[in-house]
Design a protein around this ligand. Structure first.
Ligand SMILES: [Zn+2]
Length: 81
């Protein structure tokens, strides 16, 4: 994992999510999987960040299926392009 080398430094949650998505490129991930993958306490911390990152160049956030297939329900998933 790319982000392990950042251990011991202060890394903001947006930075963690950014690196996590790059690390999983080109997989589509939902907010729940990002939250679990980064061991974040609250899902509410993830949603506003993925919403912003999804509008950035190099990322896309659209309704679709999460790569982990934990749900057949279509939900917003984000991936690095
Ligand atoms: Zn998921």
């Amino acid at each position: 994992m790319i982000y392990n080398h950042l251990d011991g430094q202060t890394v903001t949650i947006p930075e963690k999510i950014f690196v996590f998505l790059i690390d999983h490129k080109p997989d589509c991930l939902c907010d729940d999987c990002i939250q679990k993958g980064l061991s974040l306490k609250r899902r509410q911390e993830v949603a506003p960040i993925t919403k912003t990152v999804g509008l950035s160049a190099g990322f896309a956030r659209n309704p679709g299926a999460c790569v982990s297939s934990h749900s057949s329900r279509t939900k917003l998933v984000i991936h690095a392009i």
